[in-house]
Structures are given as structure tokens and as C-alpha cells.
Design a protein around this ligand. Sequence first.
Ligand code: GLY
Length: 371
Amino acid sequence: MSIINLELKKVVDDSYDIEIGRHLEDTMIQDIKSGLVGKIRRFAVITDSIVNDLYAEPICEKLRQEGYTVSSFVIPEGEKSKTREVKACIEDAMLEAGFRRDCCVINVGGGVVSDLGGFLAGTYGRGVPFLNYSTTLLSAADASVGGKTAVDTKLATNLIGLFNQPKKVYIDLATWETLDKRQLSSGMAETIKHACLGDFEMFEYLESHMEDILSGDAASCEYIAEKNCSIKYKVVMKDERESGLREILNLGHTVGRAIETVSDYRLLHGEALAIGMAAEVRLATKFGTMTQDEADRVIALYEKAGLSTAIPSYIDREELVKKLYTDKKVRDGHLRFVLQKGIGAIDEHVPGEYARPVAEEDAREIIMEMP
Ligand code: GLY
């Protein structure tokens, strides 16, 4: 018998840029020409049925004009496309189209596209590089940055996936002009969450500029895009793989994700998160980490963004309580919630622990008493 130690210590540099601007298509193509993804000349553009005509096709065309080989893979718009089955369909189509390891994936769209496409890039040919070209406020605020990629299953959202960082993220603020009111409001949910967990000044800004943001005022949109990124990347840089601190980005998501699944995706992610945040602030008030006034202020800001914080009548509240156990923060079978400490900070309930155990009765009581 012998033991051979296969030493595989790794030093990884996954650093990347997030560029925020308007009409960044040419910038991305210039980056590719300058070697952003090495010598790759073959691109798989993953997009959805709404974004394809608006932004993905023009990007494909520009790439073709530069002599690159490009195919686009278009999925139906919406969270219901974020599945293993849709991922497999794209993979088969890419294999059929001759894509091998010498390709790069470009995700053009919102969070569904970047979550699915980033996961696919991480497993295709055992891993190919990818870029995120974000076309929604929701993905600009959250999904396109930080390298969490995943698909949903029948049981819950995002349970199967990878930490896989893009080579660069492009946040095109001009694309927000084509979002409908519902999509814009949904995107505000993650933005308000960031203010709640890390920046009181940003919270006050949102209180006084909500109308400007929702009507597309350029300066306000730039402000929130930069704030969202800076709050998020500071957390991700410290704890990429969510061994502790990154759990704070999950604020409001314990109930939010559960209600999104129980609604069978009738609720958009941000709409579900707004309800999750309303549950979280009630719980925080109960545990004494927030005052009633602060909780009311958070709920009022969500309502101001055009988001309802009431649980829809079609939701079975007992089913919702059960669904809480699919949350990735569950530890040893116990629910754990991230709670705010006032507005702009998170309760570190013991040093290094940002999610606290919550008894099912306490979570149920809040869910049952919510409007
Ligand atoms: N969406 C939460 C995170 O990226 O950690």
C-alpha cells in the first residue's frame, strides 16, 4: 500500500470589473477585442424572449461584424425558465452548434439569464468564461454581481448551482428605459434591501428620490447603481462563498424566496422580497433589534416603490411556513433569519454570526399576523 499526496494548492485571482454606463455594447466588444477573454473567437449569447430583439441581437450582429462566430440561445422570459431542463436544452443546442471549450458565454438580460447562463458556463466543457450584460434594475442591483449562479427546482429557488465569477459585468442604465413599471418596482426591492442592511444615507436618499428613480432620472439611476454595487462587492470581497458575512445579503429572503416559490412565480422576485422584508422587520421589532418606527419606515419605502408588503390572498400561509425550511441558511433543521439593526446595519447576534435562530412559532406568528 502507498499513499500519494496530490498537492493542489491554488491561488485564484477571480477579480473583475463592473462597468456602469449607458449603451455599453461597443465597450464590451472593444474589451473582447483587447483580450478580456483571451483569444476566444466563438461566443454563445444567452438571452430571453423579450431582451433578444432589444439588446441581444444587436450585440450578436456587432460581434459578427468584427469577425467573431456567434450563436444566440433564447429562453422564454421569466423565472420559470431557470431550470435544469432549460439549462440542458441550451447545452444540447450549444453542443449541436459545435461549441467546445474554446468559447465564451455572454449573458444578456436580467437575473434569470445571468443565474442560468453563469451556472451553464461553469459546467459547460468543465468551465468556460462568461460575461454578464445586465439589462434590468434587479440584476444590476443583485444577480449580475457576486458570482452566485443557480437554477430553481420544484422544491425551491437556487438550490442547485455554483459560485462562478464572470470575467466582467456591464450595467447598461439605458436598458432600464425599456422596463415596465412592474419590473422597475421589482428591481427597487433589492436596492432598498441594500440600503437597509448597509447604508442609512442611501435609505434617506431613496425616501426622497423614489419618484425620480421610477421616472428614470439619469443621476438618480446612476446613484443607485453605484451604491448597490459598492454595498454588494464589499461584502462579496470579504466572504465570496457565504461562510458568514455574505448571509447579510440574504436579508428578507427567508420569507421572500419561500413566498416566491409558493406563489408559483406569480410574484416577481422583487415583489416577493418586499413581502419578505416586511416579515423581517416585524421579526426584528419582536426581537428588539429595530424600533416600530424604523420598521414602519422600511415598509413605507417599499410601498412608495410600488410594492405591496401584504401576503396575497392566494398564498396558503401554513404552506409558506413549511417552505421556510428550504432556505439555505437552515442549520441543523432550525430556521435562521438575518435581521436588521435599526436601518443601515445588520444585527450581529453573536460575533461573526449574522443570522439568528428563530423558532418556528415566532416565524409563524409573524406570517399569520401580516396583512
Ligand atoms: N443575492 C445574495 C447574494 O448574492 O449573496
